[in-house]
Design a protein around this ligand. Sequence first.
Ligand code: ADP
Ligand code: MG
Length: 758
Amino acid sequence: MVKQTIQIFARVKPPVRKHQQGIYSIDEDEKLIPSLEIILPRDLADGFVNNKRESYKFKFQRIFDQDANQETVFENIAKPVAGSVLAGYNGTIFAYGQTGSGKTFTITGGAERYSDRGIIPRTLSYIFEQLQKDSSKIYTTHISYLEIYNECGYDLLDPRHEASSLEDLPKVTILEDPDQNIHLKNLTLHQATTEEEALNLLFLGDTNRMIAETPMNQASTRSHCIFTIHLSSKEPGSATVRHAKLHLVDLAGSERVAKTGVGGHLLTEAKYINLSLHYLEQVIIALSEKHRSHIPYRNSMMTSVLRDSLGGNCMTTMIATLSLEKRNLDESISTCRFAQRVALIKNEAVLNEEINPRLVIKRLQKEIQELKDELAMVTGEQRTEALTEAELLQLEKLITSFLEDQDSDSRLEVGADMRKVHHCFHHLKKLLNDKKILENNTVSSESKDQDCQEPLKEEEYRKLRDILKQRDNEISILSEVMKKLPLSWFERGMREEMSLGCQEAFEIFKRDHADSVTIDDNKQILKQRFSEAKALGESINEARSKIGHLKEEITQRHIQQVALGISENMAVPLMPDQQEEKLRSQLEEEKRRYKTMFTRLKALKVEIEHLQLLMDKAKVKLQKEFEVWWAEEATNLQVNSPAVNSLDHTKPFLQTSDSQHERSQLLSNKSSGGWEVQDQGTGRFDVCDVNARKILPSPCPSPHSQKQSSTSTPLEDSIPKRPVSSIPLTGDSQTDSDIIAFIKARQSILQKQCLGSN
Ligand code: ADP
Ligand code: MG
């Protein structure tokens, strides 16, 4: 059993704006426990305490300042936890902090760069690497991904890709057995045999999460996500199985409601979110106080799910994510206070071992059989009749699989029937003799000599041949992967479903989207990696054939030497042949080169796949945003029915929060009876009013389209309240070209406004 308090770490996010100095300091004296001091500037502190500068000091296991990269955070925080999980203990890492402080960045990673991958992908990579290294146990890995929103659980690993809102995902509920163990009904566990499969599951969950998020639910801020790696291990032949779970938790934003300034529906949600964080706090307070017998785990789903992680059988680590900018200081202080409480909680992690009854039965059956056999031998009861054809055949099959079994512990079990035992010996003898004859026939007299001198050689060749064959397979798998690179995924698939007008709009949208730079960058990196992989593949092939040639040369040289010895009637020279030595060292060098290149190719493969997945995610995001925007434009058009001609293509989509304001301005223009548009070419203003047109994003009209004319409609309301990914593109070219015309008109107006204001 390992007794340990929950480990607390702090991570400070780099500021969005320029660095504000003097707000905090980190004291990391080697001998002392590191501490973080937050200093409230005079103007903020004034409000609290008589004109004094307030400062708060918090101790952490370690504090990661702004410049700490993802690798450092993984090495120091997650790797030790992953290590204990591999040893059979439960582990939990949870990130706690206000929205925007870097929880998702720390747990999952950034969506842009490969180097920004967070704790989950790095941990998966580490765990699978370790599993591969350890051949003493048989491991099984499963993944689950749960999202808790408004006290309801959802299975993010729903493979159907049909979810367009959270409610479409399978609902997960909690069940408690008589021993008070928590079971999650409907949460699927997916087996992952490789890092690649596990990463695909992570991305599937993240994509489902992204699709299910609407501007209304803002799930990424208001929900908790628990990615769990379930690891079980057993030694070959043993009936004892070890189970360990690693929860990687991205909690909802910890900000207080007052500050977020939300109302109505959102307030209810905020209350829920804060309620579940509030219950988490209660559990933590209860746990940190001595002699408290009742811990209110059951109050919320999250605390029920994480029950073991909090004060139970688990090694738990908390990362307090902090955004230490002036306006966030009070939230940061409350995050640190929370962490100090958490640090008082003691956990007791034990090895979770379980005896698998099926394996026990198998073992007992075997034992009984052995005892029976022994008894038969002792009593000397012999069977006399000859074995049947079928029995003989069965025995030979057993012998073949026994000989093929690489496990040194494997046994040939025929029971205590002496006829069978004798037959086995006969058959084995026959096989041995057949093999000898075959070898005599195929090996020349010279090489027979050589075999006698170097019995390992043949074995070595065979091994090398096997390795080469395996590498060949791996290379061909790699080239398959690379062939599938989505270098032009934008160009595929989506277009077929779009009308011309819609395609044109999508092109503009795509070009001006903030993510397009990242996407292009990643495309470039992918191309580079792809070329590198290709070149490496070629070099590997060259190295491989060189290894083959060198082997061949060494053999030839050896045969020559032996032949020389025979013809001159002298023993093989005791001195090593220099030429052969040289060839051997070349061979070793080539093998090393091969290995280095192969390792690099494998790393490239992981990176390429990661980038592919990042781009797939960006694709889904872009498409989703386009659909929302498209539907919005269609709705606006339906209300205002403007159609104007303009040749301007600039700035179709403004991602700023000002866009509502701009829309309002556009809408209010309508009241003057039409649209005023400056034609770029002539500088002339055209006024156009086409109120007669009605345009809907058919066949599924927005339920909110009729309410749209008010300029004071909040942003959320202007977005259709139905699953965004199900909004169809109109597919009607007339309608689409109307929308395009509208977009162009709007661009023109915006540009005019910009020019006017400058
Ligand atoms: P949260 O999940 O806590 O709401 P995010 O992880 O989404 O916050 O972070 C908000 C933004 O800040 C994201 O754009 C993220 O990429 C960026 N960010 C967070 N932490 C870091 C960091 N340590 N280094 C660089 N960027 C960061
Ligand atoms: Mg987040």
